[in-house]
Design a protein around this ligand. Structure first.
Ligand SMILES: NC(=O)c1ccc[n+]([C@@H]2O[C@H](COP(=O)([O-])OP(=O)(O)OC[C@H]3O[C@@H](n4cnc5c(N)ncnc54)[C@H](OP(=O)(O)O)[C@@H]3O)[C@@H](O)[C@H]2O)c1
Length: 302
């Protein structure tokens, strides 16, 4: 499936994770529709594969800024460069993400899922603020429906969303501690945080016409799923991947939410592929949202 994209010449989009499975297709599709795409890439060789995909005739529509989005300094530098270069941003797709199989800390002392799967999205939503508002941007956060259910094998029983208890948390560095660390839950919690912060930010963005929505792209055969397939099922990896969506199918959801004229003005929604879906009640809790924004702001103020 390939998404039908309207003509978007004179639009600027920031797409993260554009060197990977879905992001590469999101970026290339937007570029083919005339959009100028900016991305932040930590590996220049991987950025070259994106350049090869779009072809020399389209290279002038791609701007690659070097940086590791899990690092505060890199994110802030990239955001400053983007705001200096682009007066308006019309689309922001926070797509970069990863699942880490063990407990790792970012260079800023934050657990890696928090750093990459949450703070990178929060950081760009808030540090590209002026350009997003001037562009009346559509922000699309690529989340994951694992935020509704952390069980990897769902043969019986009720969905088990991740916990998000910020009551005694005074620093995001205290989230997902080493003791009792479960990688998959840490990943899902970070996605829940992204959706929660996105809901909270819709209120301040609304007067300027900026929308914030989140998506679950489906289960898609990209790099990230190799690690997510439980060890016991890895001998069947090839078969399992065949049953998954293609990266193009997965990319279609974010592309639609970012560009479909019928979705103009739609904000504060979570789309599970084609349909609006619910997220855990805690993501709508105003006190949790406030605390999360306060902690996140403090992280970037250091
Ligand atoms: N695949 C699925 O079934 C699925 C389901 C639900 C949600 N998602 C979400 O979809 C998004 C896209 O993932 P994908 O499936 O397309 O996986 P992918 O192929 O592994 O792509 C991940 C992208 O994120 C980038 N990235 C990772 N760490 C980064 C860092 N520190 N700084 C900058 N960029 C970084 C990667 O860059 P490099 O090229 O440098 O590695 C790559 O471009 C993720 O947010 C993921 O959580 C995926």
């Amino acid at each position: 499936m390939t998404a039908a994209i309207p003509d978007l010449r004179h639009h600027t989009a920031v797409v993260t994770g554009a060197t990977g499975g879905m992001g590469q297709i999101i970026a290339a599709t937007l570029i083919n529709a005339g959009v100028h795409v900016v991305t932040v890439a930590r590996d220049s060789a991987r950025a070259d594969t994106l350049r090869a995909r779009i072809g020399v005739d389209n290279e002038h529509r791609l701007d690659v800024i070097a940086g590791d989005l899990s690092r505060r300094e890199d994110l802030l530098t990239a955001a400053r460069i983007i705001e200096d270069r682009y007066e308006q941003i019309h689309i922001l797709v926070n797509n970069a993400g990863a699942h880490f199989p063990d407990h790792r800390m970012s260079s800023d002392g934050v657990e890696m899922h928090v750093a990459l799967d949450y703070l990178a999205a929060y950081g760009l939503m808030t540090h590209l603020d002026a350009s997003l508002r001037r562009g009346r941007a559509r922000i699309v956060n690529v989340a994951s429906d694992t935020l509704n259910d952390t069980r990897r094998i769902k043969l019986a029983g009720k969905p088990r969303p991740p916990s998000l208890d910020l009551t005694h948390i005074n620093d995001l560095a205290d989230l997902n501690p080493r003791t009792g660390f479960v990688p998959f839950e840490a990943y899902t919690r970070a996605k829940l945080m992204t959706v929660t912060a996105g809901y909270a930010l819709t209120r301040s963005f609304a007067p300027d016409g900026v929308t914030v929505n989140a998506v679950h792209p489906g289960i898609v055969a990209t790099g990230i799923v190799d690690d997510l397939i439980p060890r016991s099922l890895r001998p069947f990896g090839t078969l399992i991947r065949r049953a998954m969506l293609t990266p193009a199918d997965g990319a279609a959801t974010a592309l639609r939410i970012a560009t479909d004229p019928r979705l103009a003005g739609v904000t504060g929604r979570y789309f599970n592929q084609g349909s609006v879906a619910v997220t855990p009640p805690i993501s709508h809790d105003a006190a949790v949202q406030r605390k999360l924004l306060t902690l996140s702001e403090a992280h970037f103020a250091r």
